[in-house]
Design a protein. Structure first.
Lengths: 218, 218, 218, 218
DNA sequence: GATGAATGAGGATTCATTCAT
DNA sequence: GATGAATGAATCCTCATTCAT
């Protein structure tokens, strides 16, 4: 167990219809997920109809519905996959850089996140939008709630001197601030704000907010 | 529509169709805008169909279309109204608090923003979603671009000692971070993060990021 | 009485709502008719909504409906006006040219028709379309039935040697052939078919069809 | 819609959306075309809404739109089908009657046309209306342009002595005159003008107009 | 298991017509 | 009489989902 990432195996109903027992099934399932991402990234969410996704995935709509109970289930699965990737990245970075300075660790995590987001900005945009839904869906665990939990436990375990009293609040603030900045930067591509600068700024934002002393600004 | 609130591609007629000059007209127009907000807040963006908005506004669809060229035009108008409110708030706060400490000014602005967001969180959620559009529209001034510009010029004029080199980047980061945190807090209502705490945390986040010395944290 | 143009004063219901007793009323009524024609000619029939017609006529929709029971009534009135113009033209031409050769008379009539059509081709197109309605409207006298009647009586009275046995059929054929050719020419403007040529061709078409000897081709 | 059958402005996708390759698809497509004709014939063009056509065709609107990109595409397809039928008829008649007299050939063609028109007068009415469009569409080959071209080349090839100098004009005139007369006759059913008479009259009209000597009139 | 044709509820938008001022 | 804001039925079209083959 890494950082005590607690997470329930949530909501059967909305998810994959049948566990991909077969090899072929697994491949098809992945093809559909990738099809969804590809459409999202290249054609925008308006174009992400079930038919189009199936087409891009190289299967028929019927098949798509054999793997997913409904359209939302695809997004759920995508969320799961993305969460696992984030989790994996964090694990790798933190293990590897266990002895680096706070700044180095933070920067590594942020770079990892940026990489993850860069691979599929539109997907992450979607995850934000979904997370911000006004009418709470029955989607039990929004993507960000899970991540915030993970961050919270990391902060609790970290041996750095965190200045924050309220760790729950801190985890929440960090997560929202980092994600929004990163995502907006990727999607809006504001002139004069390249990836390197972005990482610098976010790292500094987070460290100054968290750490007792963070005089080593850029 | 899926994925929350996708806007349609076209933006031919971004403006109010024909502001009937009468008094009644003005009232009807406001009723429609308020109807949209009410639906957004209470029923979610999927429910914000033109029919439903008209119904809630207490007018017929036909009337709605007499005031707005299309559905998107309502959102445009809402954006304008909100921008003006934000501008007004900033003006008032900054004038009034011209002699306060940095922290006092920052806190006042953030409290003002929180107030604005609290009045219509769903609307602001929408503005975020809009701001994150993958396919950038020709919509001349996206809400956030306008606000970021305002922040940027404020930073440039402020007589405080800003530690940031790249003021454009700083304005961008601050805006995204503050807005996302505030909005997510309002919409998700995470337990243990009340309004007061939120203001404290955000103020600190911003000040530490910006100011040369921000030792007066909580 | 000229050629025994018999015509009933038909269908009160669909027509002008109130006889324009006032001077102003008469002017407004004409303005509306002209507005309809102007829109038809310049913007096409899709644009000919009651609102647009009223706008172009310089009155309000309400006023328009004070003069016409419904939209169709405007077209009825237009039909009447056009029929009267056609009648007047025929009268003038036939009186003036009473002693010309058959060909001269025919040519004069056709030129007159062309002039009438040229002034408002879109209107005449509309009259055709209306005349060809599949579901017979309650519109008692279609434009063409009235004109055909007039032609028929002219053929009956004419002192030329008509070769046709069936004058009813002949009147019908002539009318349809002439009108269609003329109108299509005006609307489609086929290259290499100017007004002069058109008149020549139609005149010849009609004369050869009707007259005992028509060896004097163009 | 008013004024009979206005077509909408756009013609982006003039073609069949996606001819489902199956057998069933072909049948459905035909059912829709026939449904459109049936509605046109029996209920008039105002009734020819997509829903009604689908209903009469025995399919759902969705299905209709799976075969045709939009309402106009149905009419395009109908036009194509009709053009092909006309072409086939002409081919058959001209081949078979290669050795008949001019009058016999002409009469055969006209009888063929009458048959074609009789089968679906409302459709042909529509094609006329289409042909008379004020705003010329980019629709590549309007029905009549295609037919006029065919007539024109037939006139050029015919070994009969055509008296006309301007064959383009002659083709145009013949086409418009014949079609209008025939169609109006079918739709208005003027008393005392049966099919046989109509064919006689039209044949004579055309032959006298075209041929050097046409003394063999009725 | 896969396919894709069929379904139909639902959403945006228009426009003839009315009626309170 | 004139005005024009309000009405709402009607239309086109989309897309998630099902089911017969």
């Amino acid at each position: 167990m890494r950082f005590g990432f607690e997470m329930s195996k949530r909501h059967e109903s909305n998810t994959t219809r049948k566990g991909p027992k077969q090899q072929r099934g697994k491949a098809t399932l992945e093809a559909i997920l990738d099809g969804m991402i590809r459409v999202l990234e290249q054609e925008g969410s308006d174009a992400a109809t079930t038919s189009r996704v199936a087409e891009v995935a190289g299967v028929s709509v019927g098949t798509l519905y054999q793997y997913f109970a409904n359209r939302d289930a695809i997004l759920d699965a995508l969320q799961d996959r993305e969460f696992e990737r984030a989790q994996g990245m964090m694990g790798r970075v933190l293990t590897r850089g266990a002895y680096g300075s706070d700044r180095e660790v933070a920067r590594a995590v942020i770079e990892g996140l940026l990489e993850l987001h860069s691979a599929a900005p539109a997907l992450h945009r979607l995850l934000v939008v979904e997370g911000l839904r006004v009418t709470p869906t029955e989607r039990v665990q929004a993507f960000d709630l899970r991540i915030i939990g993970a961050i919270r436990s990391f902060l609790g375990l970290a041996n750095v001197r965190i200045r924050r009293k309220n760790l729950d609040a801190a985890a929440f603030v960090i997560y929202q601030a980092v994600r929004a900045t990163m995502l907006a930067c990727l999607l809006e591509r504001p002139p004069g704000l390249d990836a390197a600068t972005l990482v610098d700024e976010i790292t500094d934002l987070v460290l100054r907010y968290l750490a007792e002393d963070a005089s080593s600004g850029p």
